[in-house]
Design a protein around this ligand. Structure first.
Ligand SMILES: [Zn+2]
Length: 138
């Protein structure tokens, strides 16, 4: 991606709430894309309102996605902790068992869990200290 993308909308809501403005936008240099010749301040207000709605929607979507990921990871960590506490063992793998991220370093591959998730898991295990058989190699 190179520089700011011009924000041109096929249509935006009329700021006064009556209908839409077609093919309007604000170019990176601040000038208007306004082939239909709407009043300039109307175009700016409408485009800025549309930009604002778009920003809000994006950040809400991002926050929701992050929360979903965190919840899923939390569940996976709890599963692995339960497995270890039940006497299960970690199995090596190229992808993190918890977040599915690709693993590169041998230590992570060996346990099948990335270092971030591992730290998280260890802190949960610490809360449950004393109930875990460390297993071979520990
Ligand atoms: Zn992970």
């Amino acid at each position: 991606m190179a520089g700011a993308k011009p924000t041109i909308y096929k249509w935006v809501l009329h700021p006064g709430g009556s209908g839409v403005l077609r093919s309007v936008g604000i170019l990176p240099d601040g000038t208007l894309h306004n082939p239909n010749g709407y009043p300039e301040d109307l175009v700016r207000a409408a485009v800025e309102a549309a930009n604002e709605r778009r920003r809000k929607k994006r950040s809400e979507a991002a926050a929701k996605a992050a929360a979903t990921r965190a919840a899923r990871r939390e569940r996976k960590v709890a599963e692995v902790v339960a497995k270890l506490k039940a006497g299960g063992h970690l199995s090596p793998g190229d992808y993190c068992e918890i977040c599915k991220k690709h693993l590169d370093d041998p230590e992570s591959v060996e346990r099948g869990i990335g270092s971030d998730c591992w730290q998280h898991l260890l802190s949960l295990l610490a809360e449950a200290a004393g109930t875990l058989d460390p297993g071979p190699g520990a």
